[in-house]
Ligand binder design. Structure first.
Ligand code: SAH
Ligand code: SF4
Ligand code: F3S
Length: 512
């Protein structure tokens, strides 16, 4: 769905008792567009449209004057970054941010649909907000993000959470001003979720969290359709931003003094495949970005299948390209990988790791793993354990498989009891901890370059920062070094972090 298709589309309004009424749409300018997983799966052939003309129209000026907004973000960095964009739009409308729900005039829940427990948290929060809404009837409550793209979620909210004022999806956050205005005027719940997309909207305002590290989208969506995963439905088809837009954004961040950028996409290795007028991939992009005077550049997330030799070659040039790669493997069993539709075998994954290590001998590799896939046997799980050891991953996010309605895996019969899945997760986690601690041991007595993020969450007298390989380092030091790269001597190594002593600031004479 793009802007034109939207305008041609059906519009109506859903009243809070869930009855469709015919003609209010024109009067309220409200839009009802139910999400459809079926439509979301259809990948349109229509060209990606690039919009460079985002601006806040006159009719919305002052909409937020004297009002406060609060956004709670769940899920991945993509959502965190969408929150920054929505914060930018709110600010452009005159709203001011608040960090307490009680003080807010508008509350948005930017949701994640990746696993059932992510959704449970949101429904729990919606329950709490009901009381707040009762005390403060003028409060606007909105649900956005990936859960809004699911039919079942929207139906559940329409039915059981009528204190929600607006639901909108991941493809139309640029329409936030319209949606807010509709929500103020309508007596009904405003629902606007585009199931299909086609657009890349540039120059949206952003209020970034912090001025040290920044996220930069390089592409949107995912076309991989791993059989367990909801993301291709909630985020739509793969579409890349133009390289010149990305390069300009990173240059601008460098000029503003940012020290690190993380390039974002669900499968960043597919970057550029959809750019019809040029042959350009992630390797080409990284090769240009490394010339920009910004100390660190990361990217997430990689898909092993699309990780090509050119990218490896570019990464081996290092400089500001850090030697840490997050490379989700999901399983060590070729049979399970096949049912997951990951499109690589155990052997192909190991071969990729071999190539990466040959080019970047000190690379730190981390991964994502799912245990308890439907019908996963004990032997198949053990193959995951053995692959983990063979690669020598330094960290991993580990998950028990969670069925997602509408995905192929959700229809599979499953003979693995939950108790067994939990045991496998525990066993894997013990291994992950052991390997993380071992990886940190190599740093004993060394001096590391740390980008100082700020005060440690647990103790404001301690500073916290990360190394190029994304290892957390805690140490005492003067507050003036926050936001700078410094040298820290390692004094103690724990399972997931390092303790150290501040040595000195890193001299900044260019990065390459
Ligand atoms: N695009 C990224 C990951 C996105 S989701 C990639 O392909 O690597 C982050 C992680 O959540 C995935 O890597 C996977 O390990 C996990 N995940 C996704 N769907 C899941 C599900 N249905 N149940 C359990 N874990 C899941
Ligand atoms: Fe989901 Fe697979 Fe796409 Fe990652 S690559 S977002 S796991 S479908
Ligand atoms: Fe969750 Fe959507 Fe990210 S499902 S992990 S917030 S892309």
């Amino acid at each position: 769905m793009n802007e034109e298709q939207r305008l041609e589309g059906q519009q109506s309004v859903v009243t809070k008792d869930n009855k469709q009424e015919k003609d209010y749409s024109k009067y309220f300018q409200s839009v009802y567009m139910p999400p459809s997983l079926k439509d979301a799966k259809k990948r349109g052939k229509e060209e990606v449209k690039y919009h460079n003309d985002f601006s806040i129209s006159e009719e919305f000026r002052g909409l937020g004057e004297g009002k406060k907004f609060y956004i709670r973000t769940y899920g991945c960095q993509m959502n965190e970054h969408d929150t920054e964009v929505m914060a930018g739009i709110f600010s452009a409308l005159g709203y001011v941010a608040t960090d307490t729900k009680e003080a807010a005039d508008v509350i948005l829940l930017n949701t994640c649909a990746i696993r059932e427990n992510a959704e449970d948290k949101v429904f729990g929060e919606l329950g709490h907000l009901k009381h707040l809404k009762r005390e403060k009837p003028d409060l606007l409550i909105g649900v956005c993000g990936c859960m809004s793209q699911e039919e079942s979620v929207v139906n559940k909210i329409l039915k059981s959470h009528q204190h929600v004022d607006m639901i909108f999806g991941t493809h139309n956050i640029h329409r936030l001003p319209n949606i807010l205005k509709d929500a103020y005027m309508a007596k009904a719940m405003v629902v606007e979720v585009w199931s299909k997309e086609g657009d890349v909207v540039e120059n949206l305002p952003k209020v970034r969290r912090g001025n040290i590290k920044a996220w930069v989208n390089i592409m949107y969506g995912c076309d991989k359709f791993c059989t367990y995963c909801i993301v291709p439905y909630t985020r739509g088809k793969e579409r890349s931003r133009r390289p010149e837009e990305i390069i300009q954004e990173v240059r601008h961040l460098a000029a503003q003094g940012y020290q690190e950028v993380t390039l974002l996409g669900q499968n960043v290795n597919a970057y550029g495949k959809d750019l019809e007028d040029m042959k350009y991939g992630l390797g080409d992009l990284m090769d240009e970005l490394r010339k920009i005077d910004i100390p660190r550049i990361r990217f997430t997330t990689s898909h092993p299948r699309d990780f090509d030799d050119h990218l490896i070659e570019v990464l081996s040039k290092k400089g500001n390209l850090v030697e840490h790669i997050h490379l989700p493997v999901q399983s060590g069993s070729t049979d399970v990988l096949k049912i997951m539709a990951r499109k690589y075998t155990r052997e192909q994954f190991l071969e990729l790791v071999r190539k990466i290590k040959a080019a970047i001998p000190d690379v730190a590799l981390t991964t994502d793993i799912i245990v308890g896939y439907p019908n996963e046997t004990r032997e198949q799980f053990e193959e995951t354990i053995s692959l983990f050891k063979e690669v020598g991953f330094e960290g991993a996010y580990t998950f028990i498989y969670s069925p997602r309605e509408g995905t192929p895996a959700a229809k599979m019969n499953d003979n693995v009891p939950m108790e067994e899945k939990k045991r496998r997760l525990q066993e894997l986690n013990a291994l992950v901890n052991e390997y993380s601690a071992n990886a940190l041991k190599q740093y004993e007595g060394q001096v590391l370059e740390v980008l100082v993020d700020g005060e440690s969450k647990k103790n404001p007298d301690i500073l916290a920062g990360y190394t190029r390989k994304n290892k957390l380092v805690n140490f005492k030091g003067p507050k003036e070094i926050i936001g700078k790269r410094v040298l820290v001597k390692v004094t103690e190594v724990k399972t997931w972090h390092i303790n150290g002593e501040f040595v000195e600031e890193v001299a900044t004479i260019g990065v390459n």
